[in-house]
Design a binder for this molecule. Structure first.
Ligand code: SF4
Length: 388
């Protein structure tokens, strides 16, 4: 049938000229690793003195050679963020619609072979979740699902029109789709799509994505190109820090961002920094990024791109989030539930994707943000108002 044909096509996804998969196929991973390993103090000082940074400067800023300059980087990152975004931060809530999944990802509690209770919310349950999220004040929602036929286009086409009228911004983090499908969803209210590549190294990617459509490396890698071609307002990138050398993956993501910015200049871009968290069948990270290194990475991203939206999730501890608020972030999740139905009924922890680390209620998060001299805005920052 149509679905199996699509799956067969997906399995063959070649690296396409002009798409990012082509860049990745023709780029030697070891050479990229060497490019940040060989950076010197001079490279770091040059990057720090520039206004417009290239990927090579970014590699210098995340290299060990930049570690003595951490305070300077953080101060500059804070200054640039304030100049560009003002002293505001917007909050969003992830809405987990389904934890069914036909994929096997080594780091995820929703993996097909995990014997957990599965739930896909119906219209009534979605209505209850929306009411619970709205009652906390959120105006920006991120829809999250596992990846199965059950939660594909027909389901999204039913749910988005129910949810969108209640929020000014609606983004999705679901299975990668075709450009025409993104376009279709944009017509019914989709504003942004996040597709995290997890790792840019094919070999490691295949070791962690064992079964299902997600094991099609190129189809996922080219999803941001398809989102851009569909003219979606916001495109989100991310790697799962810890699967591979975090520096090499970050340099590859910086290349990915520049590739997309050149082609889809009407879209806005966001990046996120998830670190591997404990989950069902948890794995040991291959490369551990310390808190200090994560701070360096965040500051380097802000210096690399002052227009970039940067998102901090509840995966991080309250202490880390407390200190990170001022650094360069523009959005943050709060009081997240990672199990479907969790906002209206949080007694179902067995359904959750991963344990969150910062479980504080929204009011406490807002107080913490204000303590850091920032204001919470419930709507997305609007560049058109930046001069007001
Ligand atoms: Fe499914 Fe996504 Fe989890 Fe993989 S990471 S098992 S695709 S929900």
């Amino acid at each position: 049938d149509g679905t199996s044909n699509k799956i067969r096509l997906l399995e063959q996804s070649p690296a396409l000229e002009g798409q990012f998969s082509h860049f990745v196929e023709s780029t030697d991973w070891q050479a990229v690793t060497q490019s940040h390993q060989e950076k010197t103090e001079q490279d770091v000082l040059r990057a720090l003195s520039k206004d417009k940074l290239d990927v090579d400067d970014f590699a210098a800023l995340i290299s060990p050679a930049a570690e003595p300059y951490l305070l300077e980087m953080v101060a500059k990152s804070e200054r640039l963020t304030l100049q560009r975004f003002g002293n505001t931060l917007s909050l969003f809530a992830p809405l987990y619609l389904s934890n069914t999944c036909a994929n096997e990802c080594t780091y995820c509690g929703f993996s097909m072979s995990n014997a957990i209770k599965r739930l896909t919310l119906n219209e009534t349950q979605v209505g209850k979740e929306v009411a619970a999220i709205k009652s906390k004040g959120f105006d920006h929602i991120l829809l999250v699902t596992g990846e199965t036929n059950k939660v594909s286009m027909p389901y999204f086409e039913r749910m988005i029109p129910l949810i969108k009228p209640h929020f000014s911004q609606l983004s999705m983090e679901v299975q990668p789709l075709d450009a025409s499908e993104y376009k279709q969803l944009q017509g019914i209210g989709l504003d942004g799509v996040l597709v995290y590549q997890e790792t840019y190294r094919r070999k490691t990617y295949l070791e962690h994505h064992l079964r299902g459509n997600k094991s099609n490396f190129n189809y996922r890698l080219d999803a941001p190109d398809r989102i851009g071609q569909a003219g979606i307002h916001k495109i989100g990138l991310g790697v799962l820090l810890g699967l591979e050398d975090w520096r090499t993956d970050s340099v590859m993501m910086a290349h990915h961002l520049r590739h997309l910015q050149k082609r889809y200049w009407r879209s806005r871009f966001s990046v996120a920094f998830p670190r591997i968290r404990p989950c069902e069948g948890g794995i040991v990270p291959k490369s551990i990024i310390s808190d200090r290194q994560l701070v360096q990475l965040i500051a380097a991203w802000r210096l690399f791109d002052r227009d970039l939206e940067m998102s901090l999730s509840t995966r991080e501890s309250p202490e880390f989030r407390h200190h990170a608020v001022r650094m360069g972030f523009t959005t943050m999740s709060a009081e997240s539930k990672t199990q479907p139905g969790g906002y209206a009924d949080d007694s179902q922890e067995a359904l959750e994707q991963f344990e969150i680390s910062d479980e504080r209620p929204v009011a406490e998060i807002m107080a913490m943000i204000r303590e850091q001299g920032r204001e919470v805005v419930w709507k997305d920052w609007d560049p058109a108002l930046s001069h007001v």
